[in-house]
Structures are given as C-alpha cells and as structure tokens.
Design a protein. Sequence first.
Length: 319
Amino acid sequence: MTDRGAPVLGVDIGGTKVAVGLVDGEGKILAQQRQPMIANSDAEVALAAVTGAIDSLISSTGGVRGIGICAPGPLDPQAGVIINPPNLPCWRSFPLAQKIAAKYRVPVTLDNDGNAAALAEQRWGAARGFRYVFYATLGTGIGTGIVFDGAIYHGRTGSAAEGGHMSIDYRGPRCACGKRGCIESLAAGPAIAARAREKFAADPSCRSAILDLAHGDASQISSEMVGKANAAGDSLAREVLAETVELLTAWLGNIVDLLDPDVLVIGGGVAAMLQPWFGQISSRLPSWCVNPRASEIPLRMAHYGADAGVAGAAALCSR
C-alpha cells in the first residue's frame, strides 16, 4: 500500500505534448517533465507515449499514491473514457483511466483540462477558501471549469462548463464548434489577431507597432504581437485589446448572473496580456449584470499559469 504522504502524479495530455509532474499535498510541483504526444497514430502507440512520460518521472520516486489525468474533451470523467477529442484522433471511446490503473496499480482519475485547472485553483491557488468558483483559461481557445463546495460541477453527462462556447452574439463569426458568436470565436488569441488584421484591412495606411512586429505582413499578425505592441504603448493595439475586454466583460456578466460565484479566476496567455484591465472589467461588470452585487466578486489571476494542467491533474486525485 502506497504511503498517504507520497506525492500524486499529474498528467496533462495535449495534442502535441504530455506533461507530467509530481505534486505534494499542498499543491507544490516537486518535479516535472515534458515529452512529445503521438496523437495521430493508433491508440496503443499514443498510450505508450503517455506511459513513457509517466515512467520517465515515476522511476525516480518511491511511488505515488494516485495518478490524475487531464485531457481535452469530450470525455467521460465518471467512466474514465476519452470519447473523441478533435486534437487526439488516436483515441475514440478509449478507456484511458482503466489502462493506466492496470499498469501502475494506483487509483486513476480523468477529467478535462478546464475542470482540473479550476479544482487546482480552488484547492491550492487563487480561489483557495472560496466555495463557488468559476475558472477560465484564455489562450488559443477558452476553456472553463466550475467548482462548487470543493467538487467539480460536471452536469448530467459530464459535459458541463463549456463556457467558451457560450454565444454572446448569434449573428457573430462561426466558431470551430459550429455555433455562432461563441466567446472563444470573439476573444481567444486567434480572434484578437483577426481583429487586428481587420483594422489594417480597413485602413491600409494605418501605422502601428503591430505591423512592425509582423515585418509588414498583416497576415502574420498574432495575438502575442498585439500584446507586445500594447506593452510598448501602441494605440491600435490598445484599441484591439479594449474591444476584447468589453466582449469578455459581457460574457462574464452572463456567467455571474447564471452562477453567482464567490470568485472569478482567469488564467492563460491572453489573460496575462489583459491583466492590467482586470480592474476595469470588475468596475464594468455591474453594467452587464442584473446581479446587484456583481462588483463584490473578486477577479483574480490564476496561480498556476503554464503549470495549470499538471497541477489540475494532480488535484483530481489529491484527497
């Protein structure tokens, strides 16, 4: 029987990488490694990529008391089955938790990355001490998680908390999910870059540090370039990000009216770029809510940053 004081292993699976980390009972990441994920081969080759990453770290320890795994959805957290995530075509209805448990002989828990990161923030991070937590990660996409009284809210089928695909404009751009006007299609990294490109298309004579960073080719503009230009005081970059902030404020107003959370926690690369606007979002939130106490809800930057997947996966089996 493994020592209850032993660490847990967090496994963060993405389309291109597997990140693994040893995490103690206070949420401290003791060691971690990354290895390539083989997502376009068959199921067993992909599984071998995951177990190889686990073996590379677990062999140097006296054992772990559990393994938590986070991966993109859709998946079934109760059954531990990967259903059919677009960026993991290797797995369709694949019993990943069962396979890992059979090999390592410890409890294994599987959940999607947004849920897992939300739990880590509630247990050890920016939302510690709060009962009702809404978490969002803003990056290439927008992922979310909901934690009530220390437990992830999964909904009836395990598919709850797809907040990135909440539409705020039914006439808006079509999202990769097929719906129109999802906040992901309006405020994630690619949408920020697209908004900047649209401004140059509308006014080809426009000068901006964004275009300088793209070496004069507007088609190469990225959200990171917009962020760098804004940090340098570029007015067009600020305009693009201010518009993004207004969209996110409208979306968060809907979240507050639906959930009435104790805290809003935001992470991811785009969130780091927008952190100077957090105060503005909080002050503007009442204008997008019917909740009369919306301004009382703290808006916090996530604690774990790039380590959210590893910490989140570990949080799934940390009790």
